[in-house]
Design a protein around this ligand. Structure first.
Ligand SMILES: *Cc1c(COP(=O)(O)O)cnc(C)c1O
Length: 254
């Protein structure tokens, strides 16, 4: 079942599908926490609802989901408006252009994809203008950009090189209206850590440790998706971002 076929699915059937998806993911998270000797409460499931309709977000909320993530403002903005009556926390996890900041600030509680100073400035100014509560920010780390021996790897991908994290974290911490929540990564597709999510997430944990030494409240470690949440939990992730394993395969690139 792909998301473009969903219009024909009765709500009761879709609810049952989502309930089963959530139960399967919950089981995986519990097992991974147990294997890592971590309490289940140490890991928060953030359900990535991108490409799926607002009706799915409503069904997920009825099943107890409280944390949802989106990666494109064009889709997220109307969806969040349609779900404004629900007790949801919205995470923005996609590449964010500064011209979308004003819109994202209407619904997002956390942005996981802060990757440049210019964006920090835009978010800070936007929060002040909107007179909204502080925005939680995570530095997106591009592990494929680590080290001088791979200078062009991942050049076009989102995220800062590990050696640039501390400076960007300081900028966020100093910016009015922003709160430094922690660090985020997506397992790299290039570079020495490609194909080794366990090693990648361990590297993220080291980076998080350094950030927390300077900013003790920046405890969020956002890592792990449908295919690698176990490795992320083993390496200390506090937030796993799971889409496909809950909602089904996406029919277009998310
Ligand atoms: C789509 C997406 C996810 C979820 O991926 P799945 O493989 O569907 O679980 C997590 N994080 C980010 C940044 C994404 O864009």
């Amino acid at each position: 079942m792909t998301n473009q076929q969903l219009s024909g699915v009765p709500a009761a059937d879709r609810l049952a599908e989502l309930r089963a998806g959530l139960a399967a993911v919950e089981h995986r998270i519990e097992a991974a926490c147990a294997a890592a000797g971590r309490p289940r409460s140490a890991v928060t499931l953030v359900v990535v609802t991108k490409t799926y309709p607002a009706s799915d977000t409503r069904l997920l909320a009825s099943l107890g989901v409280r944390q949802v993530a989106e990666n494109r403002d064009q889709d997220a903005s109307p969806k969040a408006a349609q779900c404004a009556d629900l007790p949801l926390t919205w995470h923005f996890v996609g590449q964010l252009q500064t011209n979308k900041v004003r819109s994202v600030l209407r619904y997002a509680h956390h942005v996981h994809s802060v990757d440049r100073e210019r964006l920090v400035t835009a978010l800070s100014e936007g929060v002040l203008k909107a007179e909204r509560p502080p925005l939680g920010c995570l530095v997106q780390v591009a592990l494929e950009k680590e080290g001088a021996q791979h200078p062009d790897l991942g050049a076009g991908r989102a995220g800062v090189a590990p050696e640039e994290v501390a400076a960007l974290a300081d900028k966020i911490a100093e910016a009015p209206g922003l709160r430094l929540d922690g660090v985020m990564t997506v397992a790299p597709l290039a570079g020495p850590l490609a194909g080794d999510p366990a090693a990648a997430f361990e590297r993220l944990w080291e980076i998080s440790t350094a950030v927390r030494a300077a900013h003790p409240a920046a405890t969020m470690v956002s890592a792990g998706m449908s295919g690698d949440l176990e490795q992320a939990i083993a390496a200390g992730a506090t937030h796993v971002r799971v889409g496909t394993a809950v909602l089904g395969a996406r029919s277009r690139l998310g």
